[in-house]
Every structure is written in C-alpha cells, then in structure tokens.
Design a protein around this ligand. Structure first.
Ligand SMILES: [Zn+2]
Ligand SMILES: [Zn+2]
Length: 242
C-alpha cells in the first residue's frame, strides 16, 4: 500500500523541529504528491501556535513554496484542540474559512474555555487516579462528537490517545459526518483491536505521520501494515493509492 499524501505534520510554528520549507522539501524528497501542514492550535500549553494569524502566515509561506515546487500540492490546515465539553475548538471561524482543511484532536494539556471546560480538562489530567473514569470517558466522547458535528472535520487525530473515548460511538458520528479516523504512525496509534472496533462503524481512515521532524514526513508504514492486517479495504483509506 502506498500513500498519496501526509496531512498531519508540525513545523517550528508549533512544536515541530523543521521549518515549513524543510517539511515541504522533505515531502518532495520522499515523493509525496501532497503534504499538509497542521500545526497545533493555540490552546496547547507550551506547544501551540501563537494565534490564528500564524495559520494564515503559514498559508502564505506555502503559496510561495508552491511556486518553487510545482510537482507537489501544498495544503495548510491545523490540528485544532477541543476546548469545551460541547466541542468548540481553538481556531476562529474566519481563520478556518481560509484553511484547506481541519483536523481536530483531544489533548490533555490545553487551556480550556469556560468553567465547564476547566473541570473537564482537569478531570482528564487526573483520570488515572480518580474513580469517575467512565464519566470522563463520556465527556471526552461527547466533546469529540460535538466537534465533528459543529465543524467540517477532515479527520480526528489519534482518537483515544491519552484521552479515552467510546470508539464505536465516535466512529459512528465520524462515519455520518464523513470525517476520517486517523491512523497516527508517529504514535503507532490506534492499535489493531481499536481499529477493528472503529472499522465496524463503516468509518473511513487516513494515515498520517504526525511528523515533528523533516525525517519522519511520509513515514506511513505502520498504517499500511495495520490496516492490511485489519483487512480494511483500500477504498476506505482516504490517502491510499494501491
Ligand atoms: Zn495531536
Ligand atoms: Zn500532531
């Protein structure tokens, strides 16, 4: 199985170690037809972009790089954070409208929105030691589904990583909303049984590297192996080619 593009990469504008240009050149080098930059939204504590304007700056850089590299399609997106239990994200609508695509993900270390957001996020940070683990899981599930319904989301990043969710429930919502389930090769997540659980809903998949270094752009082998093992048909993998 080969892949046409890698849509989840980070640059030095968030916590990546390569500039936008270095990430693009890495994608050219490994022969991808498309590369997407999706830096962390501003709510990630210590690792997010400065603000929404940064995403527009990245878009401008990508446009210039596109002229110099006509053989590859460059896309500007974001890995937005869900910052409230009803699924609001940390990127303004007017910025979103100018991006090529939106990824959303649950991350435990974000600046939440409002009091309900605060207790939800704190709950997740202590979920391992608190007895109301299943309540937190329900809140995470609702938050993710809320975002999938509220926005036009290309894919949910690393679903269930560090923040537990009800996989069949979220996958069903993604299937209905045409949002893909990410196989994140950087984190080697999700694993085999979780993929089977998601696949049963009929959801589509996308394989991304979550590269934080130019060297890991396009390293998508884990996705090919695990999806083949799970017998997910190629038509259900957005960026698979053969
Ligand atoms: Zn992430
Ligand atoms: Zn990421």
């Amino acid at each position: 199985m080969k892949f046409s593009g890698d849509y989840h990469t980070h640059s030095t504008y968030s916590d990546g170690h390569g500039t936008v240009k270095e990430m693009v050149l890495a994608a050219v080098k490994c022969g991808l037809a498309e590369i997407g930059l999706a830096d962390h939204g501003p709510a990630n504590i210590g690792t997010g972009i400065k603000n929404g304007k940064t995403l527009l700056k990245i878009q401008t850089e990508l446009e210039e790089l596109g002229l110099q590299n006509p053989g590859i399609k460059l896309l500007g997106g974001v890995e937005a954070n869900i910052v409230s239990p009803d699924g609001f994200i940390d990127v303004e609508k007017d910025v979103l409208a100018r991006l090529d695509y939106l990824l959303v993900g649950l991350h435990p270390y974000v600046i939440p929105q409002g009091g309900a957001g605060l207790s939800w996020i704190i709950g997740n940070q202590v979920a391992g030691i608190r007895r109301y683990k299943s309540r937190i899981r329900n809140q995470n599930t609702k938050a993710l589904i809320g975002a999938v319904y509220r926005y036009k989301v290309l894919a949910v990043t690393h679903p269930g990583l560090k923040m537990e969710i009800d996989i069949p429930e979220v996958a069903r919502a993604c299937q209905i909303r045409n949002t893909a389930w990410e196989i994140n090769t950087g984190h080697k997540h999700p694993g085999f049984s979780e993929i089977l659980e998601a696949a049963a809903s009929g959801v589509d998949f996308i394989v991304n590297s979550d590269a934080h270094f130019p060297e890991t752009v396009g390293r998508l082998e884990y996705g090919a192996q695990i999806l083949e093992k799970a017998r997910v048909p190629i038509e259900r993998i957005l960026n698979a080619m053969e």
